[in-house]
Ligand binder design. Structure first.
Ligand SMILES: Nc1nc2c(ncn2[C@@H]2O[C@H](COP(=O)(O)OP(=O)(O)OP(=O)(O)O)[C@@H](O)[C@H]2O)c(=O)[nH]1
Ligand SMILES: [Mg+2]
Length: 134
């Protein structure tokens, strides 16, 4: 879960070994190994409850923040309310506007137990994340 345009679907495509094709996520897609969610669900209170429900369908929850994001939508100390591992995933580490340290700090403040630094474009961090998930 994470902001719209943050790179969730691209990350999933990369983890699957597929090429990246831009497709706005329009609904919660739980048809396969990954549960992909539209960013809008994480951006407002009205749909946020659905993310909580779907998080209980998953073995592991990933909070996604792009390295070039200007702000973080997740509040501090939100991760420990889940009774399963909550990972922090920094996407777009290749971006020329990347502030990876800032994104990492935001996810640490959320209480994420592991933080992966990734790029769907360069493949950075993908093997490490796959190894963890496997
Ligand atoms: N530079 C760079 N761009 C990326 C990366 N990952 C995704 N993008 C770009 O960011 C844009 C949004 O990517 P998506 O994967 O669709 O983002 P999303 O989080 O699934 O967005 P929603 O479906 O709206 O929630 C696309 O134009 C991607 O090409 C990355 O690792 N590096
Ligand atoms: Mg998407």
């Amino acid at each position: 879960m994470g902001k719209s345009g943050g790179g969730k679907t691209s990350l999933i495509e990369t983890l699957r070994g597929e090429s990246i094709v831009y497709r706005k996520t329009q609904y919660i897609d739980y048809s396969d190994t990954f549960v992909d969610t539209p960013g809008e669900y994480a951006e407002g209170n009205d749909l946020g409850g659905a993310l909580a429900v779907y998080s209980y369908e998953a073995d592991v929850v990933g909070l996604v923040v792009a390295a070039d994001d200007d702000f973080c939508i997740f509040p501090p100390a939100c991760a420990p309310v889940a009774n399963r591992p909550v990972l922090g995933i920094v996407t777009k580490c290749d971006s020329e506007r990347a502030r990876t340290d800032m994104a990492t700090l935001w996810l640490e403040n959320c209480g994420c137990e592991r933080i992966f630094l990734t790029s769907a474009k360069t493949g950075q961090g993908i093997e490490e994340l796959l190894a963890y998930l496997k």
